[in-house]
Design a binder for this molecule. Structure first.
Ligand code: WT7
Length: 649
């Protein structure tokens, strides 16, 4: 099988500014030392990080026990995640952090709350006691279905405190999705809320949860936060108000001394294909991974105000809104709502209001901002920002440059971080004080991690050709399995190459050793015998200044094997006409070559996306092939998009 061809050319290069490098958590000299140590001995590197960044009740005996594909990290060590995220900031030389903001919270209607580390300690201890009083024991699973409110953070940390693995289900999921996840994980208690605010209106959650709960025999108790004040039904004996239970709860709750491999959480990921998988993460290795990467990649300084826009219902929220940030004693901001409520400048107004210094968001959001226009950004003072991050999909170079110029005002380094629900924490990313960045490249693996690009046969691909992205050695934040499905864990990730983790993404490495992610391999098209990633064609289309967003898919073609169909959203106010079609075709031919010229361009207002913002190309594939939608649509965010796309045929 041929390598995946890489046709995208990008030669811009951004060196770290001297001033930033000098003050960075890891300056270039440290980065060089850490890379060296990580290469020589990943275990010694991670053991060093585990000692420096995490507090242990009992030290580990063995850093890694690797019986492929099963890993145990920090074997014999005992610790508690909530203790590391809260208690230790109230003790000894850090005790001044008691009154430092842990969580800055902004509700969509404009209300706000601040929880200091002292507040968080009290609330988490109380809720941990509530859980215990409701019969939750170490090892029992707790499902959480909540809006982005502080109680969500409190609930997950309370679970961690008593060693009850949580399984958070994103508040946008349907009753069916919630029911399936609750049953698969075997949760005995559900924490939810009456609702949350979205797009200016209360969005009901309890009513949806009630539907799910008609088919979840294992759930004994439900705890409900009053957020919106809407009328809801409370089932006697099963449902309890959060505030009632908290009123009598004691604020004294010692953290459980848990084994390093004790399950911390299960998070379901569907990605874009197949039945959701319950990804299992454990305690010690996960915390070492996320705390270390949070500190170094986001260059966390004591006085930073950090904002990651992801919902806690996704792994990004688990690792880099809560655990990685609080483990470092940082101030993390949570926002409840949408970026355009009440207006398209909401994010920028939040950055100005709280003087946010580090901002982490997704390319899909950045492209939306581009579409809305710069005027919304210009209304606000963004001079507090000093570092930007991107995650979730490949960032196309034009979006990168816009992010750099308009949001970062050419002052802020950008960390494009590649990772997955399965990897637990960031795997490939620039280190902002040391790495010269290239727009669109996630650059290099984190020290201690070895990534490579393989052919189908398991040979390393020669630069600059593309292939399959793999991880060659175990890393501390790696998934420990798929909940209840050992075989699927083995076959999905470890079945193709011996003792090597298959990420499922296509990638290539350039002659300077930079990694470029080309999207999921399921999205690779074979055009006239050339394997071309959808992402590169999309990047070329989006480089046309009138285009806001694009998704391409292949449809069978007698001549070329596959023909490219492009779904294109023009910028606001731009006419979707033949003139624009011509411009796009020219742009693709100029950017990539005639080989990648779309056979068909369809204009559309919106693209079908998963709730985490990933374009669902398989649905577009169905449409492009003039088929009925045959694939699973349960992870689709907005069903009306599909109807519109079909009508446009
Ligand atoms: C997939 C994982 C990582 C947390 C959020 C998504 C894509 C993620 C990047 C990036 C290119 C990226 C990959 C990966 N992806 N970050 N910086 N550049 N692609 O977690 O839902 O588990 O998705 O997201 O395709 O495999 P997830």
């Amino acid at each position: 099988m041929d390598d995946i061809e890489s046709l995208l050319k990008e030669s811009r290069n951004f060196k770290p500014k001297a001033d930033f490098s000098r003050k960075a958590v890891w300056n270039p000299k440290t980065v060089a030392e850490m890379r060296k140590l990580g290469e020589k001995s990943p275990e010694r590197f991670w053991a060093k990080m585990a000692k420096e960044n995490i507090s242990w009740f009992q030290p580990w005996k063995k850093t890694l026990e690797w019986k492929p594909p099963f890993a145990k990290w920090f074997v014999g060590g005992k610790l508690n995640v909530a203790y590391n995220c809260i208690d230790r900031h109230l003790e000894g030389e850090n005790s001044w952090r008691r009154n430092k903001a842990a969580i800055l919270w902004e509700g969509e209607p404009g209300d706000s709350r601040v929880l200091t580390y002292g507040d968080l300690h009290r609330e988490v201890c109380k809720f941990a006691n509530v859980l215990k009083s409701q019969g939750v024991k170490t090892g029992d699973r707790v499902a959480i279905y909540m809006p982005m409110i502080p109680e969500l953070a409190i609930a997950m940390l309370a679970c961690a405190r008593i060693g009850a693995p949580h399984s958070i289900v994103f508040g946008g999921f349907s009753a069916d999705s919630l029911r399936d996840r609750i049953n698969d994980v075997g949760a005995k208690l559900l924490v939810t809320a009456d609702g949350g605010f979205r797009r200016g209106k209360p969005l009901a959650l309890k009513a949806t949860a009630d539907k799910a709960l008609t088919g979840t025999p294992g759930v004994e108790k439900v705890i409900v936060v009053a957020r919106t004040g809407e009328t809801i039904e409370m089932q006697k004996g099963r449902d309890f108000w959060w505030h009632d239970l908290m009123a009598d709860a004691s604020a004294l709750c010692p953290p459980a001394k848990l084994d390093s491999e004790h399950p911390l959480y299960i998070l379901y990921t569907s990605g874009t294909t197949g039945k959701p998988k319950g990804i299992l993460h454990t305690t010690g290795g996960y915390l070492v991974h996320v705390a270390t990467t949070a500190k170094v990649i986001f260059d966390l300084q004591e006085n930073d105000t950090y904002w990651c826009t992801a919902d806690i219902g996704w792994v990004t929220g688990h690792s880099y809104v809560i655990y990685g940030m609080l483990a470092n004693g940082a101030t993390t901001l949570m926002y409840e709502g949408t970026p355009n409520t009440p207006a398209e400048d909401r994010f920028w107004s939040i950055i100005e209001k709280y003087r946010v210094t580090i901002f982490y968001t997704a390319p899909t959001a950045i492209r939306t901002f581009i579409r809305w226009g710069e005027a919304h950004v210009k209304k606000h003072d963004l001079s507090s920002l000093r570092l930007l991050g991107s995650v979730g999909e490949p960032i196309n170079p034009e979006a990168w440059i816009w992010y750099h110029r308009v949001i970062g005002q050419e002052r802020c380094p950008i960390v494009d971080t590649w990772w997955q629900t399965e990897t637990g924490g960031i795997i490939i990313s620039p280190l902002p004080g040391a790495t010269a960045t290239k727009p669109g490249s996630a650059t290099h693996p984190f020290p201690g991690i070895q990534t490579a690009i393989y052919t189908e046969e398991g040979q390393e691909v020669k630069p600059p050709n593309g292939g399959l992205l793999v991880l060659k050695n175990p890393w501390p934040g790696m998934l420990r399995g798929i909940w209840g499905d050992k075989e699927r864990y083995k076959s999905t990730y470890w079945g193709k190459f011996k003792n090597v983790y298959l990420a499922g993404d296509g990638a290539h490495k350039d002659k300077n050793g930079y990694f470029w992610i080309m999207g999921r391999v399921d999205d690779v098209m074979n055009i006239s015998g050339h394997r071309i990633g959808t992402m590169e064609v999309e990047s070329a289309i989006v480089a046309e200044p009138h285009v806001a967003e694009a998704a391409v898919v292949g449809r069978p073609d007698e001549i070329t094997g596959t023909a490219i169909v492009a779904f294109v959203t023009p910028k606001q106010g731009v006419a979707p006409d033949d003139a624009l079609r011509e411009k796009i075709l020219k742009q693709v031919v100029r950017g990539i070559g005639a080989l990648a010229r779309p056979a068909e361009i369809r204009f559309t207002d919106a693209l079908p996306k998963t709730r985490s913002g990933k374009i669902m190309r398989r649905l577009l594939r169905d449409i492009a092939c003039h088929k009925e939608i045959v694939s699973d649509t349960t992870t689709l965010e907005d069903y009306s998009v599909l109807a519109k796309l079909r009508n446009e045929e």
